[in-house]
Each structure stands twice: as C-alpha cells, then as structure tokens.
Design a protein around this ligand. Sequence first.
Ligand SMILES: Cc1ncc(COP(=O)(O)O)c(C=O)c1O
Length: 366
Amino acid sequence: MTTTPLLMIPGPTPVAPAVLAALAEPVRSHAGPENAATMIRIQEGIRPLVGSAASRIHCFAGAGTLAMEAAIVNHAAPGDRVVVISHGYFGDRFTEIARALGMRTDVLEVEWGERADQDALRALLGNGDPPALVCFTHVDTSSGVLADCAGTAATVRAAAPDTVMVLDGVCATGGIEEAMDAWDVDVLLTGAQKALSVPPGLALLAVSERARRRRESLGEIHAYYADLRRWDPSVDDPRKYFSTHAVSLLRALEVSLDAIFAEGLEARYQRHERVAAMIREGMGELGFEPLTNPAFVAPTLSVLALPDGVDDATLRAGMSERGVVIAGCLGPWAGRGVRIGHMGTVTETEAARTIDAAAATMGAHA
Ligand SMILES: Cc1ncc(COP(=O)(O)O)c(C=O)c1O
C-alpha cells in the first residue's frame, strides 16, 4: 500500500482535499463575474491575515520571489539606498534583488539563529542618508528566526519617518498574527504555498497608502509585469484585464481562506504554537536541539541540529521511505541540521507521524 508522502518541508505545505478539489473545477474566464467575486473575497480575506484594514491587495501568478522583487522595484529607484535586515538566506535575497536593480544596499547581517540588534539597526539608519526602503523578513525559513516585527518597525519609523518598510511574510502569513497597520509596515508580501495552504504559484502583496504614493512619485520604472501600477485597475475591478489571472489557483486560495476563517484566526495561530511545541519536544527527546536561539524560534518551522552520529542524508532518506519528507539546512548550517515545516494544515497528527518516522529511522540505523 502506498500512502501520500507527508510534506513536512517548510513549504510547499500539505493542501486540504477541498483546496485540491477547487483546482479540479472547470477553468473560468479571467474576466468573468465568478473570478471577480473570488478576487474580491481574496482581498477581503488577506486583509485580516496581514492586519491591514485598507491596504491594496495584489495577487498574481508568480512565486514569493516575484513578490519580493515587485516590493522593491515599485518603491525605490536605481541609486536609492536600501537597508536590509538579514536573518539568513531569504534576507540576503532582498539584498541580491536590490543590487540587481541598481540600488545601493546596506545590510545588517545578523549571526544565523540570532535576532537583529536594535542599536545596530539604529546606527545603520541614522547615518544621515535616510533609506528609500527598509526590508526585513518575518520568519527567515533558513535560520528559523522569528523577527521582532513591532520593535524593528518602531525603530525604523522613528529613525526614518518617510521610508517604505517592506516585510516578507512568506513563511508567516496565515500561521502567525501580522499587524501591518499597527506596525506601520508599508508592503507585506507573501506567497500561497506555506501557511496559506495552497499550491505554489501566487505572489501576494498588501500595499499601504504611503507605498502607493511612493510608486506614483517614481513614474516609469524598470518593470512591466511586476509594475503594480499596471495591475491597479484590475485590483479595483477584477474584470479588467492586465495579464491573465491564475484563475484556478485563485479559486484554491479562496477555498483555503474559507477554511482558515472557519477555524478562526486565534485558534489557527494557537494550533501553530501547539504543534511547534510538540515537534520540538518530540524531536528533542530524540536528541535534536534547535539551531535557532530558542528565544527566537518561529511557530511555523523548526531548524534542528542533528544529534551526534546522525547523518543528514541518511535520516532524510529513511524518513522519506517512511512517508515523511523533511528538508535539509541551507548556507552555513547545511549538513548540520534539518528543517521541519509545521504550518498551514499541519496538526498534532502530522507532528506525531513526523516524530515517529524520525524515531523509526534512527532505531533502524542504531
Ligand atoms: C521567507 C521566504 N521568503 C521568500 C521566499 C521565496 O519564495 P519562492 O520560493 O516562492 O520564490 C521563501 C521561499 O521559501 C521564503 O521562505
């Protein structure tokens, strides 16, 4: 008997049968009333997830990286100063994108597993050259660090009142509460494939009024598909064409949002905390300790050091044979640990299956 492999990597995450069924519905017109209604429901559904009452919600075909690129290219010009707070591989990606777009970057490089120091950030911001953009990551999927969004945003806003703040929520939105308005963040970007429990393929951005004004002030930019101004008419009226909407994925996201609100946001965030604690405790009993500073671990994934004598590839292959797929580490932690995603639809049942698969693999190789 074969069972469906359980995806416990930090994205893409398992997708509920109702969401998969939505993908199998007949394809709709991208300009028709059904898709327009879906898009409006998505806009209404994403706002409470990102904690914004009135931001403009963009949702188009593409991956999280496209949303990162759109966040940068729409709100700063070549030559502008961009400050990046990097907690790892995905923070560094902001730097790479800004440099590719000809911007000047200043990076607050944080030791992997630790959190950005607010004094160091203040020093970087207060050097007399206010940044056009400050970019940071809610949960860096490489180091497992949960950023202090409220503290960081307050530091940034105090030092640079006009800066556009960009927050990457790819490994957070839908699994951790976000408060874009309260934090005064201007662009919160995310993807469909993690805590929103939809297959990969949708880039999402919530855009504040301050960011919209910045986009206006830039005029022509070096982007076409990623130019949010070209998408604006179809955000306001989803029957308007700019580029063909990913109609089936949008419908899948609508169904997933229905499930998210049926569960309730508070209950969902608490479930993420519970399942994270269960994974860390169960894996801890097998000798896996967090590589991330335990004070800064995120509820959406765990980055765990391999116990002495346990080989990364052997462990992951053995778990995969037992039907559970986990990920290796990236960058300086490659080969030293594993990453286990526990977000979206993942409950205690999947957490138990993961811990059992690790235990059985280790027993078999002992
Ligand atoms: C925090 C974070 N940001 C950005 C990305 C990039 O998203 P994508 O792989 O969809 O381009 C990822 C992907 O895992 C991520 O975890």
